[in-house]
Ligand binder design. Structure first.
Ligand code: MG
Ligand code: MG
Ligand code: MG
Length: 308
């Protein structure tokens, strides 16, 4: 067994998952817990690569499974379906998150989830509470993740706490979120060398709720048309996944980061659920969701409501 405590975010890691594990490792070490290591459960996407390259930082090591009893700290997620496959056999020491709670453990642990836009906003507060200094690199990692999760503070998931923390992080890092954050988001929209299967897996989350098994995948874009030119290829990849994982439905959302809308492809036996959820009609398996950008706050809740 790895004798270090492993710190990781969700599968198909986004910028928050990768940077929060690095930042949490730093915080634990600053507090005297040397025996910790940030790792990741999947490929680093282009948006996150942009940040790590900017800082000259290495990607955390990839892990595919853990031994029973392995001690872990979860960041940016709390549910089994989004974590390492044998999470239920791990010993979870801490959870630092900002998602709906879907978590049970038959033992005591440190569980901290706040209704803010990004895990890094919670971590920022933990540095402050513990009087640990936030250096320029850590501030840049935090700022990047908040820019990513809140689409540069434009998503309705953004809270006043996120905005306040961003001001402080801009001072420490010397970066402007509207410049650095936008460059970072744009770097993440380059899917030119990805296969359709890779694109749908950049940011895909599996949900098992309301007696249904489904995925909501999301990809950021500055050009919806270029994505929907390849609709047939994406549908093929999505249908393969539906069959392989026995999904009831699959929603693939291409989110326009410039205009703050999402256009979806909805497939599977229960695909019409999105019509009720969003008050739209599906045409050629697609629908336009005006002013909807957040999976957590604007896509998942209405879908769960309409499954009731
Ligand atoms: Mg995340
Ligand atoms: Mg997050
Ligand atoms: Mg996200």
């Amino acid at each position: 067994m790895e004798n270090k405590v492993l710190i990781f975010g969700h599968q198909n890691p986004d910028t928050d998952s990768i940077t929060s594990s690095i930042v949490m490792e730093n915080l634990e070490k600053k507090l005297g817990n040397e025996n910790v290591k940030a790792v990741r459960l999947g490929n680093v996407n282009k948006e996150t690569k942009f940040v790590l390259n900017f800082l000259g930082m290495e990607e955390p090591e990839l892990i595919e499974n853990i031994e029973d009893g392995q001690e872990v700290i979860l960041v940016d997620h709390n549910e089994n379906t989004q974590s390492i496959s044998n999470l239920s056999n791990a010993k979870i020491l801490k959870v630092i998150d900002h998602h709906t709670m879907n978590f049970v453990a038959p033992y005591q642990l440190y569980y901290r989830a706040e209704p803010v836009g990004c895990t890094q906003t919670v971590l920022y507060k933990m540095y402050k509470e513990n009087d640990v200094e936030i250096d320029k690199n850590i501030a840049t990692l935090m700022l990047s993740a908040i820019a990513s999760d809140t689409l540069v503070l434009k998503s309705p998931t953004t809270t006043d706490e996120d905005r306040k923390v961003v001001k402080k992080l801009e001072e420490i890092s010397g970066l402007d979120i509207n410049v650095f954050g936008v460059d970072m988001l744009k770097a993440g929209t380059d899917i030119s060398d990805y296969t359709p299967e890779q694109v749908i897996n950049i940011d895909s989350k599996l949900f098992e709720q309301a007696n249904k098994k489904f995925r909501i995948a999301q990809v950021n874009t500055a050009d919806l048309d270029s994505i929907f030119k390849k609709q047939a290829y994406f549908e093929q990849a999505i249908n393969d996944d539906i069959e392989k994982e026995n999904l009831d439905f699959y929603v693939f959302a291409a989110t326009d980061i410039i205009n703050s809308n999402s256009k979806i492809i909805s497939l599977g036996n229960d695909a019409p659920v999105v019509e009720k959820a969003f008050g739209v009609s599906i045409d050629n398996n697609t629908a336009m969701l005006e002013n909807i950008v957040s999976r957590k706050k604007q896509m998942l809740p209405p879908i769960l409501d309409s499954l009731k």
